[in-house]
Design a protein around this ligand. Sequence first.
Ligand SMILES: [Zn+2]
Length: 82
Amino acid sequence: MPLQRFKPVSGSCKLCSGEIELQIKGNATNPTECPKCGQEIESCVNLTSPQPKILRKPSTSEAKSAGFQVLKRIGKGEYEKQ
Ligand SMILES: [Zn+2]
């Protein structure tokens, strides 16, 4: 029986460290609650598929306005502030 991965909808869980592996039997429906903490969980299948859906990357200015420091890769292991 393959294990299926789930993660809390909130994104983090102290008890299961943000990821839960559960065994889903044949025709059983996916669990909706973490068996450890009772949080709402969702399947991670989409995240682990070979071709994950990539969300639009924020532009440099958007990242800056959000308070991130934007680094530009200039060489192997070298980064430059933009
Ligand atoms: Zn949990």
